[in-house]
Design a protein around this ligand. Structure first.
Ligand SMILES: [Zn+2]
Length: 309
């Protein structure tokens, strides 16, 4: 786990963007050590957009990266797939403005990456270890990261809809928990919001095959993949947004009713506070009393009790 990794060979995907509705071909290629994740718009002079907070653009409903006025949208499920499998370096080439939505989850990316396999590289991974809590809030939505020796996520949502309601879930994010418990969870929306989203030019590529659509009387898109698929998808989105730190994080993120805007606000706030973290090759760990010292503060952060995986 301490060496950087890339893909053994390239992987291709065809599809269309969730929000733009535009068809797109995307290739993910191996990349050298210490190069990180970079997007390349092959339709616009091979314009390069690194997956870093400096390139953050619009965060309504999805996460967009932008550099010199050129953008790539809905990057979060692909970024989560790379981060969740521990892929540090990759070049993502696409010929349109938005990553394809595929089935609305990260599983198509994860399955394709696992099929070609990962290559260990000679450089060590540089972990960002959280040393003290960082908290952000927006109304009753709140998000915090606490010291931890691995990446843990506890997420709770509370939707005023009987098909969703209050859901809470906690995972220690490893390659296997990501692939089996998080990646298959699909994006979702309420049917009553669709008309307004389309009026704003969003969700133009959304259909019953790439999202869980919740109607007034229940789910319109068949059975769920998990009883709590909704909160698991929020965890998937968060893993993608956290990867904009540019290196693997060791911290326990606790979230209540977050979204892309608050996720990326936490990433920015964390990076603005260099005394709240340290970089290391990851072999050394925090003393357990430091990690345990925040249990009380963590426990008070969410209204309910976590279901631990
Ligand atoms: Zn999502």
């Amino acid at each position: 786990m301490f060496e950087q990794k890339t893909l053994r060979s390239e992987v291709s995907f065809q599809g269309h963007g969730l929000h733009s509705g535009k068809p797109v071909s995307l290739r993910v290629l191996p990349a050298p050590p210490n190069s990180g994740i970079k997007f390349v718009r092959t339709d616009l002079n091979h314009h390069l957009i690194p997956a870093r907070t400096e390139c953050l653009g619009d965060t309504r409903l999805s996460t967009t990266l932008t550099r010199h006025g050129i953008q790539v949208g809905t990057v979060e499920h692909l970024l989560a797939s790379l981060a969740g499998l521990g892929i540090d370096n990759a070049q993502v080439e696409l010929d349109g403005p938005e990553v394809p939505i595929l089935d609305g989850s990260a599983s198509p990316f994860v399955e394709a990456f696992m099929e070609v396999g990962l290559l260990r590289q000679e450089s060590l991974r540089d972990f960002l270890t959280v040393l003290k809590p960082v908290v952000v809030a927006d109304g009753d939505k709140r998000l915090a990261v606490f010291p931890s020796n691995d990446l843990r996520i506890t997420y709770a949502i509370d939707f005023p809809h009987s098909a969703i309601g209050y859901q809470e879930r906690e995972f220690r994010v490893s390659r296997s928990t990501f692939a089996e418990e998080i990646a298959p969870a699909r994006t979702f929306c309420l049917y009553r919001d669709v008309a307004e989203m389309r009026r704003q030019g969003l969700a133009l590529g959304g259909d019953l095959g790439n999202a869980v659509v919740v109607g007034d009387d229940g789910i319109l898109t068949g059975s769920l993949r998990y009883r709590d698929e909704f909160v698991r998808h929020k965890i998937l989105d968060l893993i993608g947004d956290l990867s904009l730190v540019g290196r693997p994080i060791r911290g326990h993120v606790v979230a209540f009713k977050g979204g892309h805007r608050l996720h990326t606000t936490l990433v920015r706030r964390l990076l603005e506070m260099p005394d709240a973290w340290a970089l290391s090759a990851g072999r050394e760990s925090l003393p357990s009393q430091v990690v345990r010292g925040f249990e009380r503060q963590k426990a008070g952060f969410l209204p309910g009790q976590a279901l631990t995986a």
